[in-house]
Design a binder for this molecule. Structure first.
Ligand code: ATP
Length: 248
């Protein structure tokens, strides 16, 4: 079933066209990797899906609802969650409290006033799923970089999204943390639809099946990792190196 359908999406900033007539469809359960060189439009695409940036032209339909004029808050409630390149974790709160608080992002303002705590089982389940149970009562400030990234994913899960948009989730991680993140994403993809912006080719080779390549605001190609990697256009614009270098 189609969960997200983007048609003819164009975004301009003044005279600059950041996204140019993008068509993109995601089916329920997809784990889609989005790659492209700096400035390709990846973050703009996520910003536009989540209501942070307005489309200049085109339509975005999620689960049958048109999102074009919806607020960011409404879009979160519709079931789309995202991470940012910069952290949104509250340092002085515990890991469990960060997750509890994140669950309320989905509530309407009047509901916040009388907000009950998120059921303990929900927080416990998410902690368990994400592997942060031993750190539940530690302040977020004490987490390692990788654990923090996982907390951000946990906070997204607390919002019960159907679609997760993750912006460079393994940036700055150790090899071990990248492996753990890859396993985590594969596991979360069993009951969510996920879009991952990622530059790390090794990570892509290990965990990506479906890859869409953006370049200068357009979709250059889409396919499995091997096909995309061997596409000379991708090597030229994204990898900026020869075929032989790119496949080693
Ligand atoms: N608010 C804005 N006003 C003007 N130009 C913008 C704005 N936001 C993005 N751009 C431009 O749009 C282009 C696409 O930017 P975007 O951040 O989407 O690229 P990206 O593919 O995410 O790149 P990176 O990998 O470097 O994060 C860039 O040239 C950027 O400078």
């Amino acid at each position: 079933m189609t969960l997200l359908s983007i048609q003819g999406l164009t975004v301009t900033f003044g005279t600059f066209t950041a996204l140019d007539d993008i068509d993109l469809t995601l089916d329920e359960g997809d784990l889609r990797f989005l790659i492209g060189p700096n400035g390709a439009g990846k973050t703009t695409l996520i910003d536009t899906i989540t209501g942070r940036t307005r489309p200049t032209q085109g339509t975005i339909t999620f689960n049958g609802h048109t999102l074009n004029k919806r607020s960011e808050h409404h879009i979160v409630r519709t079931g789309i969650g995202r991470t940012f390149q910069t952290s949104v974790v509250f340092e002085e709160l515990t890991v469990a409290d960060n997750i509890d608080l994140a669950a309320s992002f989905r509530l309407r303002p009047w509901q916040l006033l009388t907000r009950p705590r998120t059921p303990t089982t929900t927080v416990t389940d998410i902690l368990d799923r994400i592997g942060l149970t031993p750190h539940a009562h530690h302040k977020a400030a004490t987490l390692s970089h990788g654990q923090r990234q996982w907390l951000e994913i946990a906070m997204l899960l607390a919002q019960r999204p159907r679609l997760l948009l993750l912006d460079e989730p393994v940036a700055g991680m150790s090899a071990e943390e990248r492996t753990r993140t890859g396993e985590l994403l594969t596991q979360i993809a069993t009951d969510h639809t996920i879009v991952v912006i990622e530059h790390d080719m090794d990570f892509l080779r290990r965990y990506a099946t479906d890859v869409t390549v953006l370049h200068e605001g357009r979709i250059l190609t889409h396919g499995d990792v091997a096909t995309v990697q061997q596409d000379p256009r991708v090597q030229e614009v994204y990898l900026g190196r020869t075929h032989q270098e790119a496949t080693t």
